[in-house]
Design a protein around this ligand. Structure first.
Ligand code: PLP
Length: 374
């Protein structure tokens, strides 16, 4: 029997030597819970990196989206426009705040929300829009901000996948009213699990801090007038985050190098569409996605299986919110169709893109792709 080649993982975190002294300090001083110097340092460093005044650290990107939407204190039934093609966290955050997610399709090349469709979805109930910077490519925030100003809408950016991405030279996350990040292990900066909301608005900060910490009351701690959550990040996780921020330039450089290597080796394959970078954008290539052309006689799931047998791990693309059984069974998005989102869900996947990837592994991945597609 032929020996199975070792699997090249889709993603591995890259923790440098600089993490250990910081984590050791937490352990040795006993500051292992959600108080301790690294929380504030992490919030300060990350918000400043994003060009925002404040950061509120939480224990996941999903939690960041949830408290960001909740902190707007919108009237029940208010509408928030989100892309259909995104992680379910976006829709959950909207629904849990008693609001209604209104969907738009995405751009077939950047995979980000289709801005041409946003205006047509604005109604008298629309209060906010949630751009999601996809796979490292930013949404054109200049256009979206103009639209939001015209219609008096809040903007909550989901920059979970796009740490350090730029729109006309300005980093994402700090461009809307609030920016949400995930620091899950596959993110460019990781804390293992974690997230943050950044903002320039101090009023939001008070709400966000309260919501992440069970809405304890400042006059009488255990008398609650609002429902909050325990979404606190630990000092241990924040220590990892601080060590990671110091390395972010190297992480982004590695992602861009990886993308250039893949592009060089795959650009002449006519069966797949590769990621793009608009001229106004800095794509940080969080994960390198591929989309199969319609004339390839199998779908992304089969493509993934064939790559897996050649030792290449992949992950499927998101399934649109309008195709989610959990929402369909609740009567949401009935009869709605978003062709680009549907296509990406069936034809797209991402290939190994971790921070420890070597050129030799990239060669192996590309050889396997070429074999499978030829
Ligand atoms: C676009 C986007 N938003 C939000 C999240 C949620 O982050 P978390 O897994 O930290 O809850 C993710 C997770 O990968 C994501 O890709």
């Amino acid at each position: 029997m032929a020996r199975q080649p070792s699997l090249i993982p889709v993603s591995e975190p890259w923790l440098g030597d600089n993490v250990l002294p910081l984590v050791r300090e937490c352990v040795e001083t006993g500051w292992i819970s959600s108080e301790g110097r690294f929380i504030q340092e992490f919030e300060r460093k990350w918000s400043s990196y994003c060009g925002a005044d404040y950061g509120v650290a939480v224990n996941s990107g999903t939690a960041a989206l949830q408290i960001a939407v909740a902190s707007l204190r919108l009237e029940h039934g208010s509408e928030i426009i989100i892309p259909s093609w995104t992680i379910i966290s976006c829709a959950i955050a909207v629904l849990e705040a008693g609001c209604v997610p209104v969907l738009v399709d995405c751009d077939p090349e950047t995979w980000c929300m289709n801005l041409d469709q946003v205006e047509s979805k604005i109604s008298s109930k629309t209060r906010a829009v949630m751009p999601v910077h996809m796979f490292g490519h930013p949404v054109d925030m200049r256009r979206l901000i103009a639209l939001a100003r015209k219609h008096d809408l809040f903007i909550i950016e989901d920059a979970a996948e796009a740490h350090g991405a730029e729109v006309a030279g300005r980093r994402v996350g700090g461009l809307g009213d609030m920016g949400c990040f995930s620091f899950y292990a596959n993110k460019i900066v990781t804390t293992g699990e974690g997230g943050m909301v950044v903002t320039n608005n101090s009023e939001f900060v008070d709400q966000l801090r309260s919501l992440r910490n069970l809405c304890f009351n400042s006059d009488h701690r255990f008398c609650h007038t609002e429902i909050g959550h325990n979404y606190r990040l630990t000092n241990l996780q924040a220590a990892v985050g601080v060590s990671q921020i110091d390395r972010i330039d190297a992480h982004i450089q590695k992602k861009c190098w990886m993308a250039a290597c893949y592009h060089e080796r795959l650009k002449n394959l006519s069966y797949i569409v590769l990621p793009v970078e608009r001229e106004w954008a800095k794509n940080v290539y969080w994960m390198y996605g591929l989309v199969l052309h319609d004339d390839v006689p199998f779908d992304a799931a089969e493509f993934a299986r064939r790559l897996q047998t050649r030792g290449i791990d992949t992950r499927p693309f998101f399934i649109g919110m309008h195709e989610q059984p959990v929402f369909q069974s609740r009567g949401l998005f009935e009869g709605e169709t978003y062709p680009v989102s549907e296509r990406l869900a069936r034809r797209g996947l991402y290939i190994p893109s971790g921070l420890t990837l070597t050129e030799l592994q990239i060669d192996r991945v590309c050889e396997a792709i070429i074999q499978v597609l030829n």
